[in-house]
Design a protein around this ligand. Structure first.
Ligand code: GDP
Ligand code: MG
Length: 184
């Protein structure tokens, strides 16, 4: 199941849980921080366990509340991640365009997400502001988009590039799936 629940807050028509996925230090916490508080921090603080933030999005006539779960990407938290995936309606899956290893792990994350949760996925190539350090080209992300049918966006938590857009696209996809499942 990908639906968390209805109207658990009086000001929401729907509440959906979404997860942030991807290797350590790809920018998961930074993207949530930019999105929810419009802040960016250069210094790296490892996320221990999980954290979550909420945000209200207006789509058509609906007020949709998102609870954004930021998981520790560290491999040793794999067992814990299963529990965090539970009831997720969707996820943003990130890699870091300056670190090809984080791109090579994408498929592992996709498999893990579909085996424990399911729902909508969006792929983000993050840190595109680091133009000189960039190693993973845009076509690599587009290849995954074609191959797996997962929309690909290029983001920067530093400049804010595409940050609002990716949450909007993900929420629209989740809402559309929900509405068509319940009003066939
Ligand atoms: P997480 O482990 O996936 O949650 O990664 P963090 O959000 O903690 O980010 C790891 C490091 O990368 C931090 O030092 C951030 O400041 C930096 N970072 C994250 N996103 C960006 C970005 O879009 N551009 C740049 N230049 N640095 C970023
Ligand atoms: Mg983090």
């Amino acid at each position: 199941m990908w639906l968390v629940g209805y109207v658990t807050q009086p000001n929401c028509d729907y509440l959906f849980k979404v997860c942030m996925l991807g290797d350590e230090a790809v920018g998961k916490t930074s993207i949530v921080l930019k999105y929810t508080e419009n802040r960016f921090e250069e210094s790296y603080k490892m996320t221990l366990g999980a954290d979550f933030a909420t945000k209200v999005i207006k789509i058509d006539n609906y007020r949709v509340c998102l609870s954004v779960w930021d998981l520790g990407g560290q491999y040793r938290f794999r067992e814990l991640r299963k529990h965090y995936f539970k009831n997720a309606a969707g996820a943003l899956l990130l890699f870091d365009v300056t670190r090809p290893d984080t791109f090579l792990h994408i498929d592992r994350w996709i498999q893990e997400f579909y085996s424990y949760a399911g729902g909508e996925l969006i792929l983000l190539g993050n840190k595109v502001d680091l133009v000189k350090e960039r190693l993973v080209p845009p076509d690599a992300g587009k290849m995954i988009e074609k191959w797996k049918g997962i929309p690909y966006y290029e983001t920067s938590a530093k400049t804010g590039q595409n940050i609002n857009e990716v949450f909007m696209v993900l929420t629209r996809k989740i809402l559309r799936r929900h509405l068509s499942a319940y009003n066939p």
